[in-house]
Structure formats: C-alpha cells, structure tokens
Ligand binder design. Structure first.
Ligand code: APR
Length: 235
C-alpha cells in the first residue's frame, strides 16, 4: 500500500463543539463584532485598546475550553497513518496542539502569541496584552499586537502549504465555510495535483460542489468516523 500524502484544512467548525464560536453562523463572532474594527490593521491603528480587548477576551476563553473528539481523532490519524499528513488550521485557538497534533501550521496566527511591530519577534503570550505591554525580545513598550493574521494581510507559511498541496493525494476540509482566501482556494490547488478532495461539515453547502465527496454532520461525529475509514483504508 503506497504511503498517502494528506493535507487537512480545518476551520472554526471543528472547535464549535468545544464552545468556541464560529465566525459566520447566525450566533457567530461577526454577528456580534464588526470585523473592520477588530480584524484589520486599519481597525488596530484606529483603536488598539478595542482590538486588544477583543483578543484578550478570546485568549482568556481558552482557559475554559477543551479539545473535543474531532481534534483528538486528527491527532490519532497523525500518529497512526501510513503516510505524511500536514494539518493546516485557520483557527487561532490551541485546541489542535492540546489534542496532540504536531505537524501543524497556524496559517492565521495564534491567540497564544504576541507580535512586536518594532523588532518583528513573535513571543509566547498567555496573559492579556495591554496597550503598554513590553516586547519580551526587544523591550519596546506599546508595540505589541496579537500575533493574528488580519484581513488584507498575508497568511503564514504559504510556501510550505503550497508545496504540500502540489504533492498531496488527499485533501480534506473540515468545518470551514470556504469564505476566505487563500484557504478557500486550496481545494483547487489539490485537485490540480490530482488529489481526491473531501469536505466534512455540519452542513455541506456553498463550496461543497468543488469537492469530490462530502460527509455531513457535527465534527465530533464525522471526523472520528472519517479517521477510522482512512486508517482502515491505508492499512
Ligand atoms: N461541526 C462541523 N462543522 C461545523 C460545526 C460543527 N459542529 N458548526 C459549524 N460548522 C461549520 C459551518 O457550517 C461553517 O461552514 O463550520 C463553518 C464555519 O465557517 P466560518 O464561521 O466562516 O469559519 P471559517 O471558515 O473557519 O472562517 C475562515 O474567516 O473570519 C475569518 O480569520 C477568520 O479563520 C477565519 C476565516
């Protein structure tokens, strides 16, 4: 049995059952907050305290949520699959790591890191970021921002992701609406490389037709079942 090369893209839907709100569902984050204000460089320039409050609130929430069985199933797949697996997440929470995933790229950054606009250092940061917080690397005060990729900014490690997509034979998108590029274009890159493409989502709609196959249902149900299928197929 040839070694499989798998790329998995996850979105907010995989963390929904852990109590982390998605963005575009009716009770989602963008129904309560204006993304222009809290998720753009312009919004940060206009009102840094408002942006820091938004991400401080979300960072604190990480103390009261746990990875769910969907996160755990992907960590198991990484441990047991005969092949290479790259997990690319759009999520800024740390639930994949806490579930044991290792070969993981946070393409939109991480709540648990702070970025210095002076020296460019990205530092582990667990507490609130205050407007006057100092950079652990260069000491500059008032120059820290959440290490999160905002709209209009280039996501992280795109070259590595692109390389993996051109080599993969299976691409799986889990719990993402496919509303935001460049992540929403990965399915085409994988298809162009001849990969089988599968979507897992509570409701396979919108971009579902761009996939070869779909599995519909809550992530905590469909992801463990899907992982079982892959492991039994790859022997
Ligand atoms: N199980 C599986 N899928 C779910 C579940 C669940 N329990 N609950 C919701 N979903 C699905 C929804 O059907 C939707 O397709 O998760 C998806 C969430 O979509 P979005 O809220 O648009 O989140 P996402 O696709 O991750 O957003 C992409 O947009 O706001 C920016 O930077 C932010 O990384 C984010 C990016």
């Amino acid at each position: 049995m040839p070694r499989s090369r798998i790329v998995i893209l996850t979105g907010a839907g995989i963390s929904a059952e852990s109590g982390v709100a998605t963005f575009r569902d009716p009770d989602g984050v963008w129904a309560k907050f204006n993304l222009e204000d809290v998720a753009t460089p312009e919004g940060f320039a206009r009102d840094p305290a408002k942006v820091q409050d938004f991400y401080n609130m979300r960072r604190r929430q990480m103390d009261s949520v746990e990875p769910n069985v969907a996160h755990a199933a992907l960590a198991r797949l990484e441990r047991e699959v005969r092949g290479d697996i790259l997990l690319v997440t759009q999520n800024i929470d740390d639930l994949h790591e806490r579930a044991g995933s290792r070969n993981l790229i946070h393409m939109h950054g991480e709540l648990g890191r702070a970025l210095c606009q002076d020296c460019g250092a990205s530092s582990v940061w667990a507490a609130d970021i205050a407007v006057q917080s100092g950079c652990p690397a260069c000491g500059a005060k008032g120059r820290l921002r959440p290490d999160v990729v905002w709209f209009g900014e280039m996501p992280y490690r795109m070259e590595e992701i692109g390389e993996a997509l051109t080599r993969c034979d299976l691409f799986v998108a889990i719990g993402t609406s496919g509303s935001v590029y460049p992540a929403a274009g990965f399915v085409e890159e994988a298809r162009a490389a001849g990969a089988l493409t599968i979507e897992l989502n509570l409701k396979c709609a919108g971009w579902a037709s761009r996939f070869d196959d779909q599995m519909e249902g809550p992530a905590t149900q469909v992801v463990p079942a899907f992982v079982e299928r892959i492991l039994s197929a790859t022997g």
